[in-house]
Every structure is written in structure tokens, then in C-alpha cells.
Write a protein that binds this ligand. Structure first.
Ligand SMILES: Cc1cc2nc3c(=O)[nH]c(=O)nc-3n(C[C@H](O)[C@H](O)[C@H](O)COP(=O)(O)OP(=O)(O)OC[C@H]3O[C@@H](n4cnc5c(N)ncnc54)[C@H](O)[C@@H]3O)c2cc1C
Length: 465
């Protein structure tokens, strides 16, 4: 019997079977498949919460592969070297993977391609970020024309997986133990608390999508802005780890509803914001470090400061802001409306550099995404593409009146004597913060009108220069 050379599938942020082009191509070749995950410098650099959540995604996916008679080989180190070793060890002729679009991954993948017989496939986004072009052949800088362009031109195909078994090699290469990598170590502070709020794996993601379509999408357009209505899909953490593909989401929504359904259309628009973020990142790889509008690099942002630390710890004395920051720390996620409010407060009332907020989110968010996070921060700070103008300063109290008029969201996160969730925050925080529910100081760190004036004055001076 002739032994066929195996195909290595290098998993990164694509822990699923459905709509997985690399896996489908390998499966249909009929050759043995060696799935591998490499914990390399790209993943070493992750913040505490995303690194921990990554470990859970790997664990869940490994079990799924094992149920299919396969395995997930785990190795730690330089991806080029490990893949070369594995090719030599197993006689594999091809390495397949799904593309990533952040600059560090692109650099690494280009190197791997130059050394090995590597083939990359799409799968993390609806369409390749370099494809959409304006009529004059430029990249898009404004969201609405981008949406119009992609929604009229886009045909995306996706399929639920029919794979029930994967061919194994005769001998499995050696693998590390996931538990030895210590991916959750930096989350020692609140891992057990945050774990109650997360949803890991492809099956869970598919159920969330179905639940969203059945019971939430009709009210999405209006309800999505109210944090206590729980009206959004909650799919961002699964998209981040590729436990569901954006194309599958797009098609499920598009096939289920006709064009007149405003909820579905609005949802697809939000999904396309994620695409816009990848489009921006592709054309401006420094999206997380440099202002997209270059002139804003001269804005006199403050570096790390006492008030910014109070912001991180949910003790600014602004109840809506503090509730949002505590939700973030306790659950690893934050409602989109709150992300905008806390971002505006940090960059405007507190005059603090958007990159400080970006880094904090990067450490705390289980749905941390390099493109969406950077775009979101630049948008709210006023220095990004199609950004909210700087002088649009969210007033947290007015926002609370509008989107939390009965105070239920603030109660949920601030009333530790009555609410389980609010209590959980104090279980999740490090001892070094020296905070407890009975000692927390609720005085405003800055008066809202004064903060607004300081921000507008700084803006006026900046504009004159
Ligand atoms: C300062 C700031 C930082 C952010 N950081 C991240 C991040 O690190 N990771 C992340 O996934 N999203 C980020 N967002 C976008 C948004 O807040 C989240 O995608 C959303 O809250 C996720 O909840 P959901 O899945 O229930 O969203 P839904 O309302 O159900 O939306 C469906 C999907 O559309 C996409 N989407 C929705 N809104 C946006 C948006 N404004 N920008 C980009 N994509 C969007 C997401 O993939 C989301 O899962 C950020 C927004 C801001 C203002």
C-alpha cells in the first residue's frame, strides 16, 4: 500500500469545521491530516484575558478533533522552525492555513510561505481586505460608501461542515501539553469569575446565531443600544477565535430575511464594520499605534495618569462609566454603547491618550480583535477614519438617561450589596487594587462640565496650530 504524504493544517484563529476552506481542501484530498497549533510570538504577545480565552478555544477544539478520530498537535516556539521540523518529521508535502491580517502575522506567514510549500485560504473575514475599491480604484476611508459597495457586490458562500472523520497519519508527531503553557496564568486574578460569562466553541457559537435569528434580530435595530435588553448576538468572542465564520453569519442572516427586514440589515451593517476595520488595518498597518489622521499625532494627549487608573478600576465617580468598566473586568466584554461612552470619557474628559485605553481593552477583552479594537479607539478619540468628530463628547449622564433610564444596568454593576454581578467584580480584581465594596470612593474625579471645557479648549488650541 502506498502511503500518501500528509497535509499539515496550521490552526491559528480558526477553531471550527464549518466554512473552513483549508480544512475542506485538505479533507477532500483524501490525504492524512495533521492539525497543529503553534504558540509563537504572535500569541505570546496577547493580553491576559485573550490569552486565557485562547487556551479555552484550543482545549475545546482539540477535544472536537479527538472525537473525529484526529488530534491537535501543540508546539511552542518559532512557527517557521516548528513547521519545518514537522515537515521533515512527517514527510508532509503541504501546509495549509487560514489567513490572518495583522502585520505581525502577515510578516510571519510570508516567511513561512517562502520556506515551505504553504497555501493560505480565506476565512477570517467576508472578503479579502484589499479587494474593495472605490470607483477611482482607491481604498475606502468612509464607512457608508464601503457598506454600499460591499452589500451590492458581495456574494459570499459558506457551508455547514459535513465532515465527520479526518484521516490520521500512521504515527502522530509529539505534542506539548496545553496545561504546561500556562495560558491562564496572567488571569489568576479573576479567571474563575470571568469563566462564568464566556461561551466557548463552535457548537455554542452556532446556537447563539440561531437564538439571535429566532428571538433577537427583529428588535436589533432599536434594542442593540440598550445594555440591559441583551439584544445583540454576543458572537464577537467566537468570531475572534474563528469558532464561527463571518460568512456563515452573513449568509444565515441574508437567507433568512428579505431586504425589508431592518433588523437583519442593520445587523449585517454592524458585521461589515468589522470588515471595514480589517480594510483599514490592511491599508494602514499601524492602526493600533499611530493616529490614522496623521495630524492627530501632535495632539497633547496625556500619558498614564492617576485618573486613567481610576478609569481602569471603575472608580471615576461617573456611574455609567464605572458600570461599564466593571462589566469589562468581570465578564471580559462590554456592551458596545458603553465602549463608546468610556472611550469618550477617557480621551476627552480625562484627556488621556487613546492608546492607553486600547491597551487596557487589549488586556481585558475576551473578544479582543486587533482591527476592531484599534478602529473603535481611533473612532471615539476622533483621530480615525470616518471618526466621531472630537468635539462630539458623550455626556455619561445623558447617555445613562437615554439608554439606562431605569438604572438597571448601573445597579447590576455598582450595587454590590444587592447584585451578584456587582459583587463578582470585587472577586475578580487583584488584591493590589486595595478596593472593596464598602470602601469605594464614589466622588467624581472630574466634574463633567469642567472635563468637557478642558477637552474643547485643548481642541481649539490644537486646531489653531
Ligand atoms: C473602543 C471600542 C473598542 C472595541 N473593541 C473591539 C474588539 O476588540 N473586538 C471586537 O470584536 N469588537 C470591538 N468593538 C466593537 C463592538 O463593541 C463589539 O464588536 C460588540 O460589542 C460585540 O458584541 P456583539 O457580538 O453582541 O455584537 P453585535 O451587535 O451582535 O454585532 C455582530 C458583530 O458585528 C461586529 N461589530 C458590531 N459592532 C462593531 C463595531 N463597532 N466595530 C467592529 N465590529 C463590530 C462584531 O464582530 C459583532 O460580533 C469595539 C468598539 C469600541 C467602540
Amino acid at each position: 500500500m502506498v502511503t500518501q504524504a500528509p497535509i499539515i493544517i496550521w490552526f491559528r484563529r480558526d477553531f471550527r469545521f464549518s466554512d473552513h476552506e483549508a480544512l475542506s481542501a485538505a479533507h477532500s484530498s483524501g490525504r492524512p491530516i495533521i492539525p497543529i497549533f503553534i504558540f509563537d510570538e504572535v500569541f505570546e504577545a496577547l493580553g491576559a484575558a485573550p490569552k486565557w480565552r485562547l487556551g479555552l478555544a484550543i482545549e475545546c477544539f482539540k477535544k472536537k478533533l479527538e472525537r473525529m478520530g484526529s488530534n491537535l498537535i501543540l508546539r511552542r516556539g518559532n512557527a517557521c522552525e516548528i513547521l519545518q521540523e514537522l515537515v521533515n518529521e512527517t514527510g508532509a508535502l503541504d501546509v495549509y492555513w487560514s489567513r490572518a491580517y495583522d502585520p505581525v502575522s502577515i510578516h510571519r506567514d510570508t516567511k513561512v510561505k517562502s520556506l515551505l510549500n504553504g497555501t493560505s485560504f480565506k476565512g477570517h473575514v467576508l472578503f479579502e481586505p484589499w479587494v474593495p475599491k472605490t470607483k477611482s480604484g482607491e481604498n475606502f476611508k468612509v464607512y457608508t460608501p464601503f457598506w454600499r459597495h460591499v452589500s451590492s457586490q458581495l456574494t459570499v458562500n459558506s457551508t455547514l461542515s459535513k465532515i465527520s472523520k479526518l484521516h490520521s497519519p500512521h504515527v502522530w508527531p509529539k505534542s506539548d501539553l496545553l496545561s504546561n503553557w500556562g495560558l491562564g496564568e496572567e488571569m489568576n486574578r479573576g479567571r474563575n469569575v470571568v469563566s462564568k460569562y464566556i461561551n466557548v466553541g463552535e457548537e455554542v457559537a452556532l446556537n447563539k446565531l440561531e437564538n439571535f435569528i429566532v428571538s433577537k434580530v427583529n428588535g436589533y435595530k432599536i434594542d442593540r443600544d440598550f445594555p440591559m435588553r441583551h439584544a445583540t448576538s454576543g458572537l464577537s468572542e467566537n468570531l475572534t477565535y474563528g469558532e464561527i465564520s463571518p460568512r456563515l453569519i452573513f449568509n444565515s442572516l441574508r437567507n433568512t430575511f428579505d431586504k425589508n427586514d431592518l433588523g437583519a440589515e442593520h445587523f449585517l451593517k454592524e458585521l461589515v464594520w468589522r470588515e471595514f476595520a480589517y480594510h483599514l488595518l490592511w491599508h494602514f498597518p499601524k492602526l493600533d499605534t499611530q493616529c490614522w489622521r496623521g495630524e492627530w499625532n501632535d495632539f497633547p494627549w496625556k500619558g498614564i495618569n492617576k485618573n486613567a487608573k481610576a478609569w481602569m478600576q471603575g472608580r471615576t465617580g461617573q456611574s455609567f462609566v464605572d458600570a461599564g468598566m466593571r462589566e469589562l473586568y468581570t465578564t471580559g466584554t462590554m456592551h458596545n454603547r458603553l465602549r463608546m461612552i468610556v472611550g469618550s470619557y477617557l480621551t476627552k474628559h480625562l484627556q488621556t491618550d487613546w492608546r492607553i485605553g486600547l491597551k487596557w481593552f487589549e488586556d481585558c477583552l475576551i473578544d479582543w480583535d486587533p482591527a476592531s479594537n484599534a478602529m473603535g479607539w481611533q473612532w471615539i478619540a476622533g483621530c480615525g477614519a470616518d471618526a466621531a468628530p472630537y468635539f462630539r463628547i458623550f455626556n455619561p449622564n445623558l447617555q445613562a438617561e437615554k439608554f439606562d433610564s431605569d438604572g438597571q444596568y448601573r445597579k447590576k454593576w455598582l450595587e454590590a450589596d444587592k447584585e451578584l454581578h456587582a459583587k463578582a467584580f470585587f472577586d475578580a480584581i487583584p488584591v493590589a487594587w486595595k478596593l472593596s465594596a464598602d470602601k469605594i470612593n464614589q466622588n467624581e474625579i472630574i466634574d463633567l462640565s469642567l472635563g468637557r471645557k478642558i477637552a474643547l479648549d485643548a481642541y481649539a488650541i490644537f486646531k489653531k496650530q
